[in-house]
Design a protein around this ligand. Sequence first.
Ligand SMILES: *Cc1c(COP(=O)(O)O)cnc(C)c1O
Length: 360
Amino acid sequence: MARKFNFSAGPAMLPTAVIERAQQEMLDWNDSGMSVMEMSHRGKEYMSIAAKAEKDLREVMAIPDNYKVLFLQGGASSQFAMIPLNLMGDKTSADYINTGMWSKKAIAEAKRYITVNIAADTSEGGFTSVPTQAELKLNSDAAYVHYTPNETIGGVEFDYIPETNGVPLIADMSSTILSRPIDVSKFGMIYAGAQKNIGPAGLTIVIIRDDLLGTASASCPTMFNYSTHAENDSMYNTPATYSWYMAGLVFEWIKEQGGLEGMAEVNKRKADKLYAAIDATDFYGSPVAINGRSWMNVPFTLADAGLDAEFLKGAAERGLVTLKGHRSVGGMRASIYNAMPEEGVDALVAFMQEFASKQG
Ligand SMILES: *Cc1c(COP(=O)(O)O)cnc(C)c1O
């Protein structure tokens, strides 16, 4: 059995070492005589797994003590509603930066609950760049500012953290969390679906500053209220126990790789190699402005889209799979999250060079 280099945007590759560890522990976790999947979430074994995962995530991301870490379900998409329901307080509007498909979805959902001011919008350029700080039309009376630091579909990533002058900054980090060190204290809240850089699908992580808790609207459902989960250590109801355990194994793996500094070093090198291969020839192109190029999701096009199918076929023959671009962008997209080994990027680059010289 050979594992392929899977460039899927999500669910995405997990580190092989993590899957092997899960395999070893599958039938009998730590002499408990049970699989983690079979454990009560209130038993001491599972409670220790959950607590260790949170402790390791706090250590890896250097999360300050005045932030709660929640392990939720419902995906990043549920957050699109939970954010206004919890954070609007006595305000009537929130600022949203629109840089792509995921921003758009967050905005559409928020509009059901709150007046949305669009602080910047890059749709005219086809969502291929990030607005500068000077271009952000922020409103000092906004309940919060929401943005998507990395747009997974467009492959557009902010190269700075917006300054919001005291208004809580909320970030959908689904496809960039854990890719490099970040200063958590600059954010009111960070959230991410797990299936890109954290672990298997089914888990959503919310990191929220504690002064933002307790202000949910009266009609906010219990399960949508962050306070419910904060007060119950994310065990108000049954959490996604196995995904949480797997996330914990990923956090341990990140620590072994030198933490987020170590991840960042490899991730930057992987992205640089891939963009260099795209830029080396007119055979390939990148739609994204240079300062907005994502480290995690790399869309690229072939000058002759008629060769797309042949490119995908040749790549698949070499074990390089799931490279087809999102239908809205076309071309290819290589998602190169933490778990994509550098050898996977090297193999893709080698194939791109070979294909271009054969066809070009
Ligand atoms: C994948 C993704 C989502 C959606 O996540 P779900 O967990 O499927 O709801 C939202 N935002 C971004 C930036 C994503 O990459």
